[in-house]
Design a protein around this ligand. Sequence first.
Ligand SMILES: Nc1ncnc2c1ncn2[C@@H]1O[C@H](COP(=O)(O)OP(=O)(O)OP(=O)(O)O)[C@@H](O)[C@H]1O
Ligand SMILES: [Mg+2]
Length: 365
Amino acid sequence: MAPNFPLNTHFEELLKNIQPPVARIKTAQRLPRLVRDYIKASQTFLTITPHTRLAGSYAQNMVVGEVKDVDTLVRVSGNPETNEPEAKQLIRDLKGLLDGLPAYLGYEGYAETQIEVERARRSIHVYFKDEDFHLDFVPCIAPDGFKNLLYVPDRDFNEWIASHPIGYITLLNKLNKKYGKKVKPLGKLLKHFRNHQMKNRKPKSYWLGALLLYHVQTGNLNMDACLGVLFRDLLDEIHYQYDHLLWTSDTATPNIPDPVLNHNISWNWSRTHFKTFMSRIDEGRQWATEALDAGDRDEAITYWQKIFGEEYFPSEVETVVSNLANAACPGKSLVSSTGLILPSQPASGLYTTTQPTKFHGIEQV
Ligand SMILES: Nc1ncnc2c1ncn2[C@@H]1O[C@H](COP(=O)(O)OP(=O)(O)OP(=O)(O)O)[C@@H](O)[C@H]1O
Ligand SMILES: [Mg+2]
């Protein structure tokens, strides 16, 4: 049943409000480029053409809020089957290279401490403290180039693991196009919901992305519905998919399949973290249902603000029909009789004004 108040223009504002600030996008464009040039030029740590490639949420155009990190693949030669080079050692070698980054960038003395370089499970993490910006460099053996199946190191198991990051991006883009450009906005809402409702025990973004693509592909979601309905239905689907694990077992957690390779990507999800996530999902889907069933507009808005935060979901918006509003819920026009309602600020004063520029900072190489 179509909701009384689809609030399409509100959702459009919400999506703008969760876009990264322009200054962060500029930093996301500038910093990785510096490090990528440094890696490419190295004569000691050898990489193969085209050397590096952006991956992760930044390359997917799926960033919400501050840009948390920018992920970059670094292509090296090797044979994953024989563990050559040794996965553990390769991470160590890349760390050795990146330890030279502060000096290369001209940071000296105390300034050197402004760049932290750390080993992670499958990457080297570079933190620019002065700009509060994180970069992840993931080495990979890509026998047929970045666009195909590749292998990333697992430090703990000292082996190379199959992964298909660009296949994921291609699939996401394909589905987004097929379903009226609603898949990415829906995914961003899910990520923002997680960020807003969970301060810790957060599930990984990649798991959320995989859940999203799974439900879009199974056809469980009516992709013609407006974003509010889609969001509620997605939470419902996740709830019904995994709810039984909560009461049939004391230890079980979901096996979320990789959208491209199909293997279980959530094997390290702890039971307590999973339970917390399921509680937030259950709450969210109930509030969303209240919002969709609300008999008056303000009540609907109040519930959506509970879900997404009143600093993000506006109380009032200019109700001029836009492309997204039309695409989000065809047939439900939102033009008021006057054509315009002036925006007002919510009582809390937490309202963030719309970002003037839309996020479009993606370099594809
Ligand atoms: N368990 C996994 N299995 C396979 N690939 C993964 C896994 N976790 C992460 N990745 C790959 O690494 C990329 C970067 O992971 P990261 O945790 O930074 O998530 P993200 O999608 O960039 O989201 P964000 O950084 O906004 O939280 C993912 O987009 C995905 O391609
Ligand atoms: Mg990332």
